[in-house]
Design a protein around this ligand. Sequence first.
Ligand code: FAD
Length: 458
Amino acid sequence: MSQDKKYDYDLFVIGAGSGGVRASRMSAGYGARVAIAEDYRVGGTCVIRGCVPKKLLSYAAHFHEDFEDARGFGWTVAPPQFSWPTLIANKDREIARLEAIYIKLLQGSGVELMQGRAQVLDAHTVSVGEKQFSAAHILLATGGWPVKPAIPGAELAITSNEAFELPELPQRVLVVGGGYIAVEFAGIFNGLGSQVTLSYRGEEILRGFDADVQRHLHEEMEKKGVRILLHHEVSAITRAGGALDVACADGTRLTVDAVMFATGRKPNTAGLGLEGAGVRLDAGGGVLVDAHSHTSVASIHAVGDVTNRIALTPVAIREGAALAATLFNNTPTAVDHNDIPTAVFSQPPVGTVGDGESAALKKYGELDVYKTSFRALKHTLSGRDERTLMKLIVDAASQRVVGAHMVGADAPEIIQGIGIAVRAGLTKSQFDATVGIHPTAAEEFVTLKDKLRVRAHL
Ligand code: FAD
């Protein structure tokens, strides 16, 4: 590692979220002199108002069904009571604990933490408030921010940021959007007892996912009481006493207590000084980077959501680690963005890795598709009408499993394991050679027999 003493630091990181923290700690571990600036809370979106609090709320929402399901197993449960303020206070305590751990880890690695909004002044200079610092390398790890559609009354709506801090649980909620954050929050509010409507202007929720997954989750969410409106657009929001009156493009109106926009996120690049420094951005404001996370300016790099690649925490962490190895450990490392397993913590949850059927068909031309939908053993006694979907997509020519998809209890946990097999390029017969664990839902992935041969229409 070469240390250039003409700069204050070897690396100055802007943003102490998933990518920034990992890059700083690893770079410091390789001997670099590192500073990191954060203008909100250490931990970033994932820890403070993303993955972690979202999953805690999702657990809370699921208890609703757990109490109901317990009856079939002989339990008598007194009518359960739910307290939103207790949940939020407990969640806040856990987030504060995690934030403290992150701060300790940074300090323990010798990274200098600065509180404040940072700006890039030129290829080697950063400002934080009134102060200026020079650095051999600058890392942009500023993440993203929710965007609201520009409609009258948008300021009356919340985004996921505020959803984590609501003083009370809204009785009637309109969630606008069809992506993973929209369906997750629809499930959270619904499970906690709100009356939920989801409005999405597209064809089907979870755009880009396998079509069977999309439909299956849609049906299961409706069974649980979420009202889903497709090809639907909200055009204005006005206050109506203590509630909100929502005008829709089709002429109908909805009265709700909260509107939550989950209509996308934008890379946090505005006001960062990037144009002045010569850093090129894409049309959506994301920082353009090469496979090694280098920007158009040799000394400036970017990782995580700000680069508009795959906006997931483990990806940001990998990119941060790879950059540290590239810059300070003499090991140029690129992150492979293929076959990244991912989950949606909806109710029921989704787990997926590899291609969906239509994407795979375009790539491979001919597929063997294996699919099953069944009622999980647990629900034979609980009586719940919930079905699990599992699907394997196999390239007909090579017999390689190129996609695995599941909607149902524990899907994220199961697909994490299946993801190893898909990445390793295993064939269907290698899946079949694995003995199942009985009785589980996951064993279906090694016993799927009925195949459908699907050909692309060329
Ligand atoms: P971030 O974690 O967003 O960190 C960026 C940091 O930079 C922030 O702390 C910000 O305050 C700071 N910052 C910005 N500008 C400046 C500046 N000028 N000066 C100083 N500091 C600045 N991912 C998953 O993998 N699984 C999930 O289940 C999941 N759930 C999510 C749920 C929600 C509701 C949301 C919103 C996101 C979720 N994500 C999930 C995505 C995940 O949170 C992000 O992919 C991840 O946090 C990206 O990390 P990052 O380092 O790029 O940015």
